[in-house]
Design a protein around this ligand. Structure first.
Ligand code: NAP
Length: 525
């Protein structure tokens, strides 16, 4: 019997195990992969790299900062995986994990206030607290195109890329999906393939990363002011110290606006998402930023007809995750790359030799699916977590996720989620969010031990009020009004925003307040 079982050995699971072990709890980790890394273990497709700068995308631990220097401004998957192994080894957490083990079920026993956790290896474990650190974007969406079974070529999912080199040389390759993953894999496959066909359903906004080697001086400066940097990131809505907007667009002259937009474009990446304070809420300001990016795309793409297809018009900029790329639009100037607009000419089916659209057939040796994940709930539902009466998370969340602080769900006592729905999740940097949430959970468990409590779940009122607060924060946002994976849509058309859109800093402050007020909103017994 363990005090805590942590499911997942990604960014969240590594730190959670470390934090709980450090405070003297008995901890077991369970992970399906053979090693640590989570999404950075599985997403090893060519070009995979993080779209936040490595100096922020790190555990806020002075010792780790001093001992690790990122090679690139935006680290690649191999470097990220090496870093997560380095952190896990430094903290000696691997010994707590059962690798190659998938959780198949977890049922709460109210007689003992424990979870009985079953796995696909036959191993059964028991714990007082179950902590899900399975990540919001880890369960890949399986492609289900008609005729896929007939296709005799090779297929690969970016989210489960093999760990051996894939030979693309001389092959006719198709990529389906042009979002955050697609924009990374496409420019890397194009120079290797004999021909690359990009099947685009929705054109997305992508901003250049301006990646390059990490400046050693910048690293030294960072290490020297690590305490200050940590403080800044912990008080930033995104958990980074990326520049924030100075004001609404209307407060700047046209020349000032252009200068601001150019400066952010030159900085690169997500800095483009916060040029003006009102770009996420005001249609006209949003259009100003969107049009600036569209013009940039036009200057890069040589053929106007291809540029027309690549230019996003279907949604306001930033309402779906902004993509960050290296040479994405430039790739479409290559002679061996064809953009297939499947909005205009939809895929009808796969055939034995390739993909048939309404108007054409594409012969393909390899098809790469960059088609995304079952967001937020995919991995949580897969773990089949249930109360004693059989009620599962999917029943409790039939009309979209409801939580208290994103950390707990009424009806499933002693279950905690790290980076779950209702927390900043995909809207903030996972490293500080993970650390703050793990510390909160660890302290709450210590509080329970000190007061002889064995069971905790949110009150009905606290959960209702937090869910209403998430909805209230989301209501003015264009992101809430636009179809995207952050919005749960019910059959009757009602909508619920899934992650907490109020910012990491605000979420962390609320957690601190709750703790200071004796864990208000949690019912102990
Ligand atoms: P995604 O954003 O869900 O995009 C999936 C893509 O596949 C979209 O272009 C989508 O088109 C297309 N697609 C899905 N089903 C399709 C179908 N049946 N037919 C044709 N096209 C289809 O997935 P993702 O690109 O993997 O990104 C998911 C998230 O992962 C990102 O938001 C980000 O949070 C994270 N991510 C981060 C990084 C990073 O840090 N660098 C890199 C990659 C991913 P539609 O848009 O038309 O649906």
């Amino acid at each position: 019997m363990y005090d805590v079982i942590v499911v997942g050995a990604g960014i969240g699971g590594i730190y959670a195990v470390h934090r709980f072990a450090q405070q003297g709890l008995s901890v077991a980790g369970v992970e399906g992969a053979p090693g640590v890394g989570g999404v950075w273990y599985h997403n090893r497709y060519p070009g995979a790299r993080v779209d936040l700068e490595g100096i922020y995308y790190s555990y806020f631990d002075p010792e780790l900062y001093r001992r690790w220097t990122w090679k690139e401004r935006y680290p690649s998957q191999p470097e990220l995986l090496a870093y997560l192994n380095f952190a896990a080894d430094t903290w000696d957490v691997k010994r707590h994990f059962r690798f190659n083990t998938w959780v198949t079920g977890a049922t709460f026993d109210p007689a003992t206030d424990r979870y009985v956790v079953t796995t696909d290896t036959g191993l059964t474990l028991e714990c007082r607290f179950l902590v899900m650190a399975t990540g919001p974007l880890s369960a890949a969406r399986q492609p289900d195109f008609p005729g896929l079974d007939e296709y005799r070529g090779e297929t690969l999912l970016t989210a489960h890329w093999p760990d051996h080199p894939v030979d693309v040389a001389g092959k006719r390759v198709g990529v389906i999906g042009t979002s955050a993953t697609g924009v990374q894999v496409i420019p890397v496959l194009a120079p290797q393939a004999s021909h690359l066909y990009v099947f685009q359903r929705t054109a997305n906004y992508s901003v250049p990363a301006h990646n390059g080697p990490m400046d050693p001086q910048r690293h030294e400066e960072h290490v020297a002011r690590i305490d200050e940097l940590t403080h800044q990131c912990l008080h930033h809505p995104g958990g980074t110290d990326l520049p924030l907007a100075d004001g609404p667009a209307a407060s700047f002259s046209p020349a000032e606006r252009t200068a601001l937009l150019e400066r952010r474009w030159a900085y690169g990446g997500h800095a483009m998402g916060t040029v003006f304070t009102d770009q996420g809420t005001d249609v006209a300001t949003n259009e100003l930023v969107a049009e600036f990016v569209r013009q940039k795309i036009r200057t890069v793409v040589a053929r106007p007809d291809v540029a027309d297809k690549l230019i996003p018009t279907a949604y306001p900029i930033g309402t779906r995750r902004l993509c960050v790329d290296t040479n994405y639009y430039q790739t479409f100037n290559r002679d061996n790359v064809t953009l297939v607009d499947i909005r205009e000419d939809p895929i009808e089916c796969f055939t034995a030799t390739g993909v048939r659209t309404r108007a054409a057939h594409y012969d393909l040796d390899l098809v790469v699916f960059a088609t995304g994940f079952k967001p937020f709930t995919g991995s949580l539902f897969k773990a089949n977590i249930r109360a004693a009466d059989g009620t599962g998370l999917s029943d409790l969340w039939a009309r979209g996720p409801v939580t208290y602080l994103g950390l707990q769900v009424r009806g499933l006592p002693n279950l905690f989620i790290v980076n779950g729905p209702g927390s900043p999740s995909v809207l903030a940097n996972f490293f500080p969010t993970t650390m703050q949430q793990s510390a909160f959970i660890g302290d709450l468990i210590a509080h329970m031990a000190a007061h002889n409590h064995t069971r905790v779940e949110p009150t009905e009122q606290a959960q209702r009020e937090w869910t209403a607060h998430v909805a209230e924060m989301a209501a003015p946002m264009l992101r809430y009004k636009t179809p995207n994976y952050m919005v749960h849509v019910n059959d009757d058309g009602s909508r619920a925003f899934i992650p907490y859109p109020g910012g990491f800093d605000r979420h962390a402050r609320k957690c601190a307040e709750v703790e200071a007020n004796g864990y208000e909103g949690f019912a102990f017994s």
